[in-house]
Design a protein around this ligand. Structure first.
Ligand code: BMA
Length: 328
């Protein structure tokens, strides 16, 4: 790639891309095709948002948050040739498990997906006597296996790193409470086996402005020559309710609980109609990012207004430069 910031990982020349529109200078710009997934792509869906995608074979696969018209929250798998037009399975993912207690799930939402070695791991917010972090995996996006919940309730926004760190699997999460949490910091945990999680470390707290109420990790962190690039959401409490924006930070490669830089301004905030109007207004909520190690291009997938799924673009060079120049 050009410039000096290197994104590690596989080349991904078939990922979606749109150049930054002339006359704009923000670090992240929206797809002109937004929203790429309408709320009613499935006949039974009330909304499809806060969803995750990964490269798969010669195309892409994903796990989608589909709230149905009874307002049950479930996750569905899907496939795509171009990562823009999606075929989503009409039925929720039917996880396999041998211990019935392990499979208990009152609801599932906000999935993330990451390939680690030869498996695609899925993390989501799982209802088990309150929200906690559900974990599962698949090799083919046909058969899915459910693992133990990573933590006790209450926890949300569990995001796995794409490789082991210090010999262990690693995850970011956001301990919380039973309801629509009015607080929350990001923590880091490690596991030797994806079952037992420990070595918990505090990563970062809420700050001021757009991230003054709570924060939570978003897409799988991207390994770069400048540290782990973590895109996250931050929440401000306005007199009209919560406002969800997007920010970014650089974490130490070997000790990711150490924050090197973090943006004081947001990198994207709700300002388009599809972000300001919907089931929950004023929300941009990132859950996935594709990147191409050759060109440094990044495509961010985010839910808008808890209703539809959208796409935005940046590059490693532009985003890392912005984070460093505008750090808290
Ligand atoms: C959070 C989660 C997200 C949602 C956001 C805004 O607590 O429930 O799924 O997008 O609230 O409603």
């Amino acid at each position: 790639m050009s410039g000096k910031v290197k994104l590690y990982g596989e080349p991904l020349s078939n990922m979606p891309w749109e150049d930054r529109p002339k006359g704009t200078n923000g670090p992240v710009w929206r797809s002109e095709r937004n929203p790429i997934i309408p709320r009613d792509l499935l006949p039974t869906s009330n909304s499809i948002f806060n969803s995750a995608v990964v490269p798969f074979k010669d195309g892409f696969a994903g796990v989608f948050r589909c709230d149905n018209t009874a307002r049950d929250m479930q996750i569905h798998s899907g496939k795509s040739k171009d990562a823009i037009h999606w075929e989503i399975e009409p039925e929720p993912i039917d996880f396999q498990y041998d211990d019935p207690e392990r499979g208990k799930s009152e609801y599932k939402y906000d999935p993330r997906v990451v390939k680690i070695e030869d498996r695609y791991y899925i993390s989501w917010c799982n209802g088990y006597h309150g929200p906690t972090i559900g974990l599962g995996y698949t090799g083919d996006f046909e058969t899915f296996h459910q693992l133990e919940n990573a933590f006790l309730p209450y926890n949300r926004n569990g995001v796995l790193f794409p490789r082991k760190i210090n010999g262990n699997y690693a995850m970011l999460s956001r301990p919380s409470d039973t309801g629509h949490t009015p607080f929350g910091d990001i923590f880091y945990s490690e596991s030797p086996d994806m079952t037992y999680w420990g070595k918990h470390r505090h990563v970062m707290s809420k700050s001021d402005g757009w991230q003054s109420t709570k924060i939570g990790a978003g897409p799988t962190p991207i390994e770069t020559s400048e540290g782990w690039l973590m895109i996250y959401h931050g929440v401000l409490t306005s007199c009209n309710g919560f406002v969800y924006s997007m920010g970014a930070a650089l974490l130490d490669i070997d000790e990711p609980w150490k924050v090197k830089y973090r943006t004081r301004p947001y990198i994207l905030n709700p300002r388009m109609d599809y972000e300001n109007v919907g089931d929950v207004p004023n929300v941009v909520f990132p859950c996935a990012a594709l990147h191409d190690s050759e060109t440094g291009r990044i495509a961010i997938y985010y839910g808008a207004a808890d209703t539809v799924t959208c796409l935005a673009f940046t590059t490693g060079e532009i985003l890392v430069d912005f984070i460093k120049k505008h750090s808290v």
